[in-house]
Design a protein around this ligand. Structure first.
Ligand SMILES: Nc1ncnc2c1ncn2[C@@H]1O[C@H](COP(=O)(O)OP(=O)(O)OP(=O)(O)O)[C@@H](O)[C@H]1O
Ligand SMILES: [Mg+2]
Length: 323
């Protein structure tokens, strides 16, 4: 399985064949009688996805042993209009100046050679992979690792629900970003948290934040992905991770996003007694400026959401007040 998926993994990791073992692997595969399926996908997450390449105006599935530069993320009947929701959130985030990869909505049938178990009539969100760079020299892999990997947490524990996981909070992620990536990326992180609150995103768990290494050496905050206004699907709507580790061990859920205060965000800024500090007054300016901008840009994008989602999100935006 690893060999079959080895070219498609997130970031710059590949699993490649050891030529000495090639014979053994081929023999085993013949014996297993599993049909060789050209469809390969090795990125995590709950939604059905494919990688694709863009050749002129065609979208194709990469041939065996290569990797696609785009991700096609299909919806699910469990969450109505999810593809539209994510597409509008990405556009809104991009208009607000956040670092968002290129994206657009396509139909399943736009992909040549769509595997049988995908519906050609279904819509999908096509997103440019930021961990693949294509230039004249071909495709380069750029390493990325999400915060579940960084914290050595299994994917199923990505919501950090137990006592001993509560240190994996937004505060800890922020401190690491500031320490490893520098203050510009910490500022971007603060803006993304404001966006998370305003857009009612309760699914920003450990695997939806990542670091990447665009120059191969220095860690940076990876571009935005998996931004969904989950609030439209109901539930309490608290953040997926706690803001800060509780002072006394507690499993009490965080309050709903709509009740987030300016202090919840300002308290994430490392103070002078940590290695690198971030000035709270500066953070305040960033948060207030971003909130104003996001509310302005909401007017631009709200009409692109299905009406039922637009109304729910508009009501949320009326209630939430940071600045
Ligand atoms: N634009 C991108 N470039 C590179 N890698 C990406 C990109 N978007 C997503 N990924 C990778 O693919 C994984 C799955 O994508 P995503 O989080 O959007 O899917 P999902 O099915 O909605 O996940 P979840 O289980 O969090 O709901 C991410 O964790 C990340 O590793
Ligand atoms: Mg995800």
């Amino acid at each position: 399985m690893l060999l079959r998926l080895g070219e498609q993994l997130p970031g710059a990791i590949r699993v490649i064949e050891d030529s000495l073992e090639r014979g053994i692997w081929e023999e085993q595969e013949q014996r297993s009688r599993i049909p060789r399926d050209p469809y390969r996908f090795a990125l995590p997450g709950v939604l059905p996805k494919l990688t694709a390449n863009e050749e002129g105006d065609r979208l194709t599935i990469p041939v065996e042993g290569t990797s696609g530069a785009w991700i096609a993320k299909f919806g699910t009947p469990a969450f109505r209009h999810l593809v539209e929701n994510e597409c509008v959130m990405l556009r809104w985030a991009s208009l607000c100046g956040l670092d968002v990869p290129n994206h657009r909505i396509i139909q399943g049938r736009d992909i040549e050679g769509l595997p049988e178990h995908f519906d050609p009539e279904q819509r999908a969100l096509l997103v440019r992979r930021f961990d693949r760079r294509v230039d004249q020299e071909g495709m380069t892999r750029i390493h990325q690792e999400d915060f579940a990997q960084i914290f050595h947490v299994a994917p199923e524990d990505k919501y950090t629900e137990s006592h001993d996981q509560r240190w994996m909070s937004h505060e800890t992620i922020g401190h690491l970003i500031l320490e490893l990536c520098g203050s510009k990326d910490f500022e971007e992180y603060l803006r993304r948290l404001v966006f998370m609150v305003l857009s009612g995103n309760s699914d920003a768990h450990l695997k939806n934040w990542a670091l990447w290494y665009p120059d191969r050496l220095r860690a940076r905050l990876a571009p935005v992905y998996d931004f969904v206004a989950t609030i439209v699907y109901g539930g309490e709507g608290g953040p997926a991770l706690c803001w800060r580790e509780p002072e006394t061990p507690s499993l009490a859920p965080e309050k709903p996003l709509v009740e987030t205060t300016l202090d919840d965000l300002l308290l994430l800024c490392p103070s002078a007694d940590t290695c690198t500090a971030f000035d709270t007054a500066q953070a305040l300016g960033i948060i207030e400026e971003f909130e104003t901008k996001a509310r302005e840009q909401w007017k631009e994008v709200q009409g692109e959401l299905p009406a039922w989602q637009k109304n729910k999100l508009a009501a949320h935006l009326d209630q939430v007040r940071l600045g």
